[in-house]
Design a binder for this molecule. Structure first.
Ligand SMILES: Cc1cc2nc3c(=O)[nH]c(=O)nc-3n(C[C@H](O)[C@H](O)[C@H](O)COP(=O)(O)OP(=O)(O)OC[C@H]3O[C@@H](n4cnc5c(N)ncnc54)[C@H](O)[C@@H]3O)c2cc1C
Length: 382
């Protein structure tokens, strides 16, 4: 598709204009899934932007996907309602078979199938993904899955879910990262073998715990080779980190935009609060942090599009962007004074939403650890 990134940003902005503050506020208060917004994005083709044109998608790259999510969050919306449909593509497009792509991608591109769930985290393993215990036992032409996942977002809205499970026990593999496999699970066919309970969180995020009790998954739904799933899931995770960094950058710009507008209008002591350098400097400072994070994100997205598989760029982008957004969130809170906490201004909702990315999809301490050991070569602590 021939669309410049500027044209794409303008088009996404126009779509988001139909889903303003009141829409997101109502969804947040009702803890409702923003179906109308997600349908709008799907109909416009944006959620299929990474799907190649031959499978019905837009055939765009990571840099364009970043533009879409950044604009949604900059508009005051929350791309978390649908971002997984983009980042799961990292696993499916790079490592899925031709048959799997033909089976699923056209339906995802048309909106007939929803792939919004990515099931990795488990209560006992936490950030140590290699310690997951959900086990997929091969029995003939299928696998039987037993175990538990936690914080699996949008599983109730999804037809399909990407699942990471052990296929060889950890004490039987040479490297902890071996013996894991990735599957495409058809959620609607799971029946009683998959139990889903919502988790109440401080944001409207549709996160759930999921229990597998003898769930049968056809062997043809395994992505790539058995036992090499950790490597495949990393493609999805790298995409996820770059895309969620883009949401943080959008959040950061939302806070900077709102804070600078408010500071330029609000009068106290007979002058606009933004005339005080104590108010305007933190906003300028936050803006520069967001721009710096965006530059690192741009580099990571370009490298991803060029086939880079290392986690350095995606991890750094996610870390810097989440921190820049959180700083901007606090600056906006300060700028708005008491009104920052009033839901009618939207700052408090975005404040809560922006906080998530300090801990998910990877906790920032784990990013520091990655950079310290994998990039700088210092000794590992785990
Ligand atoms: C709203 C929400 C949605 C989510 N959606 C999904 C989803 O769709 N799919 C999915 O698979 N997961 C999802 N997650 C899970 C998320 O990825 C995890 O919460 C995150 O990876 C951290 O894992 P944990 O919560 O178990 O924290 P833990 O691993 O228990 O870590 C707790 C704290 O300890 C720190 N810590 C742990 N180990 C170390 C160490 N070695 N050195 C220094 N610090 C350390 C961490 O930085 C963190 O601050 C979601 C989480 C939330 C809150």
């Amino acid at each position: 598709m021939n669309l410049s990134r500027e044209q794409l940003a303008t088009a996404v902005r126009a779509l988001c204009a139909d889903f303003g503050h009141d829409y997101w506020q109502r969804a947040d208060e009702a803890r409702a899934y923003p179906h109308e917004f997600v349908d709008g994005l799907t109909d416009a083709g944006y959620l299929a932007c990474l799907i190649p044109e031959e499978y019905g998608g837009m055939g765009l790259g990571m840099r364009e996907a970043c533009v879409i999510l950044e604009e949604i969050n900059r508009s005051g919306g929350n791309a978390a309602a649908c971002h997984a449909q983009m980042y799961t593509m990292g696993t499916l497009l790079r490592h899925g078979s031709e048959d799997q792509k033909r089976r699923y991608l056209p339906g995802i591109a048309s909106g007939e199938l929803c792939l919004q769930a990515f099931a990795v985290t488990e209560p006992d393993a936490g950030s140590d993904t290699t310690r997951i215990r959900t086990f997929a036992d091969r029995r003939g032409d299928r696998y039987v899955v037993n175990g538990q996942k936690v914080f699996i977002s949008r599983v109730r809205q999804s037809d399909l879910m990407i699942l990471l499970a052990r296929t060889t026990p950890i004490d039987e593999v040479e490297k902890r990262t071996a013996g894991l496999s990735v599957f495409i699970v058809e959620v609607r066919d799971a029946g009683d073998a998959m139990r889903v309970n919502p988790i109440d969180t401080m944001i409207n995020h549709e996160s759930c715990e999921v229990f597998f009790d003898g769930l049968e998954v056809p062997a043809e739904n395994r992505i790539g080779d058995e036992g090499r799933g950790f490597r495949y899931i990393m493609s999805g995770m790298n995409a996820e980190r770059i895309l969620l960094a883009s949401e943080s950058i959008g959040d950061g710009m939302y806070f900077v935009d709102r804070a600078s507008d408010y500071a330029s209008a609000r009068k106290v002591f007979g002058r606009r609060i933004g005339e005080n350098q104590g108010v305007q400097f933190p906003i300028a400072d936050a803006y520069m942090d967001v721009r710096a994070a965006a530059a690192v994100r741009d580099e990571a997205a370009r490298e991803y599009d060029d086939g880079e598989t290392r986690g350095e760029g995606p991890n750094m982008a996610k870390y810097l962007a989440s921190r820049a957004a959180w700083k901007a969130a606090n600056v906006a809170m300060d700028t708005f004074g008491g009104w920052g906490m009033a839901s009618e201004y939207g700052i408090e909702r975005k404040f809560r939403e922006a906080r998530l990315y300090m801990v998910a999809p990877v906790a920032n301490n784990l990013v520091l650890s990655h950079v310290a050991t994998h990039v700088l070569g210092m000794p590992r602590s785990f």
